[in-house]
Write a protein that binds this ligand. Structure first.
Ligand code: CO
Length: 136
């Protein structure tokens, strides 16, 4: 059975990263590791490592993307929780057998990781992202 290892990150959608850092970096004092454009997600992401996990601030960079729609409809807020698993292919197979609704039936392969989203309808309204780290 595939195993969930840890919370990899919690993602928060914001209209612009610089403004959001006033809280996360300046008020809370969490350091920013890097800010990166992620064209595949049509967003810009600030990574703030925190112990074994990290906070990710996600700013949409393109109208009409999923993240942009989320921000337009609901305003800034928590977007998803990402769980690291030891084997994402196995985990997705097991979830399918357990009638869990998936947004990505097969993992997307990105640099250093494979990922897939579980539908919030199957996760108490929470958008859950799954990661398998493939290189460090
Ligand atoms: Co994420």
């Amino acid at each position: 059975m595939a195993k969930v290892k840890r919370i990899h990150h919690v993602a928060v959608v914001v209209p612009e990263i610089e403004g959001a850092l006033a809280f996360w970096r300046d008020a809370l004092g969490i350091e920013v590791k890097q800010v990166e454009d992620v064209p595949s997600q049509k967003s810009s992401v600030a990574f703030l490592p925190l112990g074994d996990s990290e906070i990710e601030l996600v700013q949409p960079t393109q109208e009409g993307s999923g993240v942009a729609k989320f921000l337009a409809e609901r305003g800034p807020g928590m977007h998803h929780v990402c769980l690291e698993v030891d084997n994402i292919d196995e985990m997705l197979d097991e979830l399918k057998h357990k009638q869990v609704r998936l947004i990505n039936e097969t993992p997307l392969e990105l640099e250093g990781r494979k990922m897939a989203f579980v539908h919030p309808k199957s996760a108490n309204g929470v958008l859950v992202e799954l990661y398998e780290i493939t290189s460090l």
